[in-house]
Design a protein around this ligand. Sequence first.
Ligand SMILES: C[S@@+](CC[C@H](N)C(=O)[O-])C[C@H]1O[C@@H](n2cnc3c(N)ncnc32)[C@H](O)[C@@H]1O
Length: 256
Amino acid sequence: MKSNKPSKHREREFGVPVPGEILEQERWSQTALKKIPDGHIDWQQLFGRQAPIVLELGCGNGRYMLASAMWRPEMDHLATDILPVVIRYATRRGNQRGYKNLRFGVIGGRELLSEHVAPGSITEIHVYHPQPFYDQRDIGKRLITPEFLALVHRSLVPGGKFVLQTDNPGYWRYMQQIVSLFFEFQEQRGPWPDSPRGRTRREIIALREELPVFRGWGTSRVDLSSEEAIRLAEQLPPPVFNADRRLQALDALERE
Ligand SMILES: C[S@@+](CC[C@H](N)C(=O)[O-])C[C@H]1O[C@@H](n2cnc3c(N)ncnc32)[C@H](O)[C@@H]1O
């Protein structure tokens, strides 16, 4: 008979189970990509096989990639963030679950795509709740810019998928203005069917606070070459918007 008792092998955050189950230590894996190799990453060498590649940029504690790696063993996954501490959490969980199709590394999303990813090589790129940066002096740190979208466009295989999500209305309005110039983009109404309580830690927090969450996905425009995408990016506005400081209060919950 199935027990309803919580298992010591299952973890939760904010009451929502963390995907996957903690294995006995002898079955743990090594998901840390301790040093990003110089030049383009050789995916076959990294994962020991040839498989479609999924990237997540600004992955925080890695919840979505833990789920995706479990649900889609036929895909290989790399998730990165600029904060070593969140990558340590993510790596520990990935290791404990024994995933071999998942790596975590410390590097900015822009640097990863511009320096370490060969054009036309990635099947999916996911960005959930990019930091809005509330202080006007930090506008230059915002990840979603026209140049970044041109890099995502360049990195994806033909028909590759770009997934984008935020709970920041100002950021979303900015994204809506420019994303569909690079991608055949559509909004996802309501939570992703695979994660009704949230794909990521920040989404879970936003849903608990009953904030609107804006989600969308698209495929690269095939009528736009990489060169045209770069030229287009040069003509588009930078991410200047009011990030609404009231939302900053939620960041403290994220760090708990
Ligand atoms: C609001 S948190 C969201 C984390 C996670 N995606 C989620 O939804 O729970 C934003 C994350 O982006 C990271 N970040 C900020 N700028 C970045 C950049 N340029 N490249 C990669 N990650 C970045 C931050 O360190 C932080 O972990």
